[in-house]
Design a protein around this ligand. Structure first.
Ligand SMILES: Nc1ncnc2c1ncn2[C@@H]1O[C@H](COP(=O)(O)OP(=O)(O)OP(=O)(O)O)[C@@H](O)[C@H]1O
Ligand SMILES: [Mg+2]
Length: 269
């Protein structure tokens, strides 16, 4: 395979920081822009299927976790079309028990001619737990986005994730890039939020802090309704913020670099 899809993992060791909301709405944005996009749900909570309007897939046949049970399983056999334009889903198996696993299993599964022919973009939603699934998500990605809620303990979660980021980059995936830290449910008028953003900006560099997603109830409503916010409430703040976030990512991520990465990363070691 000479080039393949651009793969972005959404990750934070802390729970409830908007990872799945971000994965669903980023995939929908890319789909709406005409990119054939696959969302891979590594989190056995299986929430991505709910957000994409196909909750029934969590209990059906074919989940991305089949690939971890049987590395011979072709990932394309686990991929389902969703009601969202240009978006496909490899759903989670809510019954999958995490186990010892090879960190490169997902990377190998995605290194597949059918995947390369089928998709231009892949979003990987990851679990908050530190386990082999999260490591697999980071080991398979070109870049990672870290959504965080700018509260007191945000820095702890982000620092834990970045430690893991450097471990995975050192051991498995030297091309992995930290695309950005994404403030979620953020209000820059709140002093605590500004302080957390300033602290993280000092630590990781200001340009690593993305513009962010405001607190917006339409995002939660859209999720419950099984629709991306751009469909459910296209004029809402949440819709606007995810559109701007996807544009911001384009400038961070040079697609050419992904192609070079794929060309140089053909061995699945
Ligand atoms: N910007 C936002 N404004 C308002 N509510 C939001 C926003 N982002 C996410 N939410 C809500 O916050 C809750 C947690 O979001 P989400 O499920 O995306 O987090 P998560 O990081 O994937 O959680 P987990 O760690 O359990 O996988 C959900 O109810 C979601 O609808
Ligand atoms: Mg989630």
């Amino acid at each position: 395979m000479s080039s393949g899809p651009l793969i972005v993992a959404i990750a934070n060791r802390k729970g409830g920081t908007g990872k799945t909301t971000t994965a669903v709405n980023l995939a929908a944005e890319w789909g709406g822009q005409g990119h054939r996009t696959l969302l891979i749900d590594l989190d056995t909570q299986g929430h991505a299927a709910i957000g994409l309007g196909c909750a029934e897939l969590r209990h059906g046949k074919g989940s991305v976790h089949d690939v971890f049970r049987d590395p011979q399983c072709a990932i394309m056999r686990t991929v389902h079309k969703t009601p969202v334009e240009n978006v496909w889903l490899a759903p989670a198996d809510t019954g999958f028990m995490s186990q010892e696993m090879d960190a490169m299993t997902l990377h190998r599964a995605l290194f597949d001619a059918e995947v390369a022919a089928g998709f231009e973009r892949i979003v990987v939603d990851t679990p908050p737990t530190l386990d082999g699934l999260l490591v697999n998500g980071l080991a398979a990605a070109h870049g990672v986005v870290v959504p965080f809620v700018p509260h007191h303990l945000a820095g702890v979660g982000v620092r834990q994730l970045t430690r893991l980021f450097y471990q995975v980059a050192t051991r498995h995936n030297p091309g992995l890039r930290l695309l950005g830290l994404l403030p979620v449910m953020c209000d820059r008028h709140v002093r605590l939020h500004r302080r957390v953003l300033d602290d993280l900006g000092r630590q990781f560099g200001k340009r690593r802090i993305l513009r962010g997603i405001r607190a917006n109830i339409k995002l939660a409503e859209a999720f419950e309704a099984g629709q991306p916010v751009g469909e459910y409430a296209p004029r809402s703040a949440g819709s606007m913020d995810y559109r701007l976030m996807s544009q911001e990512l384009e400038t961070f991520f040079n697609v050419q670099e992904a192609k070079e990465y794929n060309e140089n990363h053909t061995s699945c070691g």
